[in-house]
Design a protein around this ligand. Structure first.
Ligand SMILES: [Zn+2]
Length: 413
């Protein structure tokens, strides 16, 4: 068994001489030194994790234990991982022998593959898009305006992708089942009513779907936009991640559509158009303040989730760029790329600390294929020039779904 894991480790570390060198390089590539420096030390014996308050090691992982845990740490429930790493570190070899039977082999064909798709945002009627601040009305000329709701574009793209994958025998799970619905299965306005019921609120607390900060904010008199942005959005994100992790997918696809960040107000079009993808990493010192945050950091560092996400995202970004004829974004093409992300070794793939890149376990691609407010894209996105599964859709979003599909095929080759 040890030999097997060593081979597995070597497959994604062939360019490194030793584990110390490999993980030191990985830490420097996908994480910011300033954010993590008080929390980790990598030595020739293994990895030491600190709580950020004292010099005492909180968790020590020998290289042997890193090797044993690497292939299955993403399948261990948080509560078990906490017990194992904090209290029972000596029993790692026993635990691994007992649990490795359930570890899935990497997929080699779409047939039987488990794929989670998260259509970003919620969408629905234009009014709902306003509440979640994810819609725009673009003036084309004095007589023509175009309305776009990102949550609807992402949902129909997800539906087309699901249709393609289903027909090839994959097992596909969508985090939300219709436009206007959150991953909780209800609309924001239904949730707003439900949250007044103590039993429902208790169930959110019990399932770790609402934070302490969220609970405090509920007591304030927030308007709909504030309640959505400051409380509901993070409950919905936690619920999406929980659903995805319970499904234990081979890959996760998170679907979004971007805008030009400088085109504030988004009431006219611009000529900018870029494609980019995000992968996990870049955790912040704030994330690392809690034990749960530090355990997740260990998971991201020692599992191959980041490496596999980069491989998947690189395949997807190339397909999106060539099929849509959209330029791959360089790091200076957007402020958030240069200020909040790290460029990975693959073009157009950026490490970013988003709720879903942080919380989803396993390989993922978080795609931003094009800018909706681009002067050509907005026309293409709203053209109902194709019919898929009885629904009138735009050929442009069908191309996007096709690119994700081909990217997944390329990834498992
Ligand atoms: Zn989005």
């Amino acid at each position: 068994m040890i030999v097997f894991y060593f081979i597995n480790f070597m497959t994604f570390s062939s360019f490194a001489q030793t584990q110390q060198e490999y993980y030191t390089k990985k830490l420097g590539t996908y994480f910011s030194h300033n954010q993590t420096k008080n929390y980790i030390s990598i030595t020739k014996f293994g990895i030491c994790i600190f709580n950020g308050q004292s010099d005492q090691t909180e968790i020590y992982l020998s290289w042997e234990n890193v090797n044993l845990l690497s292939p299955l740490i993403s399948t261990i429930p948080e509560s078990e991982l906490k017990k194992l790493l904090l209290d029972k570190i000596d029993s790692v070899p026993y635990y691994v022998q007992k649990d490795s039977i359930g570890v899935r082999n990497p997929p080699r064909s779409i047939k039987g593959m488990k794929i989670a798709i998260d259509p970003g945002h919620i969408g629905g009627a234009y009014h709902m898009g306003e509440t979640e601040s994810r819609c725009m009305t673009l003036s084309i000329d004095s007589s023509k305006q175009i309305e776009l709701v990102e949550g609807n574009l992402s949902f129909f793209t997800a539906l087309i992708l699901k249709h393609k994958l289903d027909s090839m025998g994959a097992q596909v799970m969508l985090t939300r089942t219709d436009t206007g619905l959150s991953s909780l299965g209800i609309t924001f306005f239904q949730w707003k009513k439900k949250i007044k019921n103590k039993k429902y609120l208790d169930s959110l607390i019990k399932n770790n779907l609402i934070s302490e900060k969220g609970l405090l904010l509920l007591k304030k008199h927030l308007d709909d936009k504030q309640l959505f942005a400051q409380v509901f959005a993070s409950v919905d994100m936690a619920s999406r991640a929980k659903k995805i992790n319970a499904f234990q997918p081979d890959v996760t696809v998170v679907i979004h559509y971007n805008v030009n960040e400088k085109n504030l107000g988004w009431n006219h079009t611009t000529d900018k158009d870029y494609v980019m993808t995000f992968v996990p990493g870049c955790v912040t010192a704030e994330d690392l303040k809690t034990v749960a945050g530090r355990l997740n950091f260990i998971r991201l560092l020692i599992s191959p989730d980041i490496e596999n996400s980069v491989k998947l995202s690189s395949a997807v970004v190339k397909k999106l760029s060539s099929k849509l004829n959209v330029t791959v974004a360089g790091q200076s093409d957007a402020t958030y790329l240069s200020q909040a992300c790290l460029a990975t070794p693959q073009k157009g793939v950026y490490s970013r600390d988003l709720a879903l890149t942080r919380l989803i376990k396993g390989p993922l691609v978080y795609g931003e294929p094009l800018y909706q407010d681009n002067n050509t894209e907005c026309l293409l996105l709203t053209a109902k020039d194709d019919i898929i599964a009885g629904k009138a859709v735009s050929k442009r979003i069908e191309l996007v779904a096709e690119a994700y599909y081909e990217g997944i095929l390329e990834y498992i080759k």
